[in-house]
Design a protein around this ligand. Structure first.
Ligand code: ATP
Length: 512
């Protein structure tokens, strides 16, 4: 049974969470084929071996790749170096080329060869650095060819339906031309599976799901996972949080194949969660890119003091006047505030959309589509959209409401500045948010941004305060331009109108 090991320090103290692990790799004599040249063994040619190891070390250092584990394979520098069966490799190379991926990103360089060696992998790399392809490409290569009689062969889990949809799209795109049986688990597809299961084995090469959907499939529809060869957790640290961890536990318990390969990826991984993740992995290769638990270096991060809540709309107007860098993603702390802000901005004539838990699946899909196509310029959302979602051209993220943790901040701002592109992140803070400012200032510093010294020297929020913030966001005043007095007047006016209408109705009735 996985135990929840998260403590308070884990949740907030990014600055105290520096790894003291040795970043020396254990790259040894196996698979020394980097740069496409076969290298002799240590015994055959000690000098060539030493030179090769130096090259690898330099490459990793230059690209900020840190590795841990026994006999970590060498990184690849070109997709063509991937070791896999010819037929599937050529399909993948064609699809990679049509995706316009010229070279593997740092996480792909190191994670792909490790997954191809069927190793368990823990991959930590900044937002927008290509982690999806880092597991999708080698998983497809490991599957080699579609199978009709092997039950469910591999699983990818993601914390939200939106992310699962996106991952499903990536798998389909990367495997195009090869008829893999890939399912995005939904209510409908689960019941199809269940009805198939009555007469035959349910066969899927890949199932992509949120944990709860998969747990239902196992427990209610009795679909076995005993044949699963690979399982990958995307946004793994989120999946180890309360609410998900019990489901993850059930899924792992159902995956009884002794040669199960496990993979976990995220942009953030705090110490306690990492320990929990490592306890599930067997002799893993751990790969970390860049500075752990920092924002992507391509994002220009800015904090903006707005005084009180009312100052936020004024600050918004100021940003609009300065010229918003569209498209913009705006984060608020809950669905009610998303609705309120939507109504404020829609009257300002901005092409605005909102996505939150109260909207139907169809509405959510539509607004995402509209944002992707440019019909919506400003998308208001909650943390539902903070992890994993890849909107290619987002130029600006605005944290209208202060994030509840450093981890949430990193993922939210990570919706911009993806894959080497530049992006901007503005975070509004009020007087009452000041107490949590230092945590965010530390993330900014770790990401290489200029931060005033006074922010870094601020008093830290107490453990109790941080615990409270994580449990529930602070109460904030309604988002409205109309003052309380005006609202009361409007309300009275509405009541009066209703009263008059009713009076008229009664009078008409009496006349009749
Ligand atoms: N090798 C590559 N070359 C160019 N672009 C790439 C490459 N690999 C992935 N990408 C693109 O980079 C973008 C970001 O990738 P992806 O969504 O996988 O990031 P991520 O690391 O999972 O981010 P997050 O932590 O936010 O989930 C995507 O648009 C993807 O198509």
């Amino acid at each position: 049974m996985l135990k929840l090991m998260l403590n308070e320090e884990d949740n907030q103290n990014i600055e105290e969470n520096d790894d003291d692990e040795d970043d020396d790799s254990d790259a040894e004599e196996e698979n020394l084929t980097v740069f496409g040249t076969a290298i002799t063994t240590k015994e055959e040619n000690p000098e060539a071996f030493a030179n090769h190891n130096d090259d690898i070390k330099h490459l990793r250092k230059r690209l900020n790749i840190a590795v841990w584990g026994t006999v970590v394979p060498d990184p690849i520098v070109e997709f063509a170096q991937m070791k896999a069966a010819k037929s599937i490799k050529s399909v993948l190379l064609t699809n990679i080329e049509s995706s316009e991926y010229k070279n593997p990103t740092a996480i792909q360089m190191q994670a792909i060869p490790a997954i191809l060696q069927k190793r368990d992998v823990l991959g930590i790399a900044p937002t927008g650095s290509g982690k999806t392809a880092a597991f999708a490409i080698p998983m497809l290569l490991n599957l080699e060819t579609p199978q009709q009689d092997h039950g469910i062969r591999s699983i990818v889990l993601a914390p939200t339906r939106e992310l699962a949809v996106q991952i499903h799209g990536e798998f389909q795109r990367l495997s195009s031309g090869k008829k893999f049986h890939i399912s995005l688990l939904s209510k409908a597809s689960a019941s199809t599976m269940a009805s198939h299961a009555k007469t035959c084995t349910v066969n899927y090469d890949i199932v992509i799901a949120t944990p709860l959907r998969l747990v239902h499939l196992i427990s209610e529809q009795s679909i076995p996972l005993d044949k699963v060869e690979m399982i990958c957790l995307d946004e793994a640290d989120r999946l180890f949080e309360m609410g998900f961890v019990e489901q993850i536990d059930e899924v792992f318990a159902a995956c009884t194949n002794p040669s199960l390969q496990r993979m976990m990826f995220s942009a953030t991984m705090l110490q306690g969660v990492e320990e929990m993740a490592q306890s599930v992995l067997k002799d893993p290769v751990k790969v970390a890119i860049g500075v752990k638990n920092a924002g992507a270096i391509t994002i220009n991060q800015r904090l903006m003091f707005v005084g009180k809540e009312e100052g936020k709309l004024v600050a918004m107007k100021q940003l609009i006047q300065e010229g918003l860098k569209l498209p913009v993603l705006m984060f608020v702390q809950n669905k009610d505030r998303a609705k309120e802000l939507y109504h404020e901005l829609v009257y300002d004539g901005i092409n605005v959309g909102a996505i939150h838990a109260d909207r139907t699946k169809e509405q959510r899909d539509k607004v995402i589509k509209d944002f992707r196509t440019g019909a919506v310029w400003v998308l208001i959302c909650t943390d539902l959209m903070s992890r994993g979602i890849d909107f290619k051209g987002v130029n600006m993220v605005i944290n209208y409401d202060f994030p509840q943790s450093a981890v949430s901040y990193i993922h939210r701002i990570g919706r911009t500045g993806r894959n080497g592109r530049k992006g901007e992140a503005v975070t509004f803070f009020t007087e009452s948010d000041m107490i949590y400012l230092r945590t965010i200032a530390n993330v900014m510093k770790l990401s290489g941004c200029d931060v005033p010294d006074w922010m870094l020297a601020m008093k830290k929020a107490s453990v109790r305060q941080r615990k409270q913030l994580l449990k529930a966001p602070p109460k904030r005043h309604r988002i409205e331009t109309v003052s309380g007095y005006d609202l009361k007047k409007a309300h009275n006016h509405k009541l009066m109108k209703k009263h008059n209408a009713e009076k008229k109705k009664v009078a008409k009735h009496d006349e009749e």
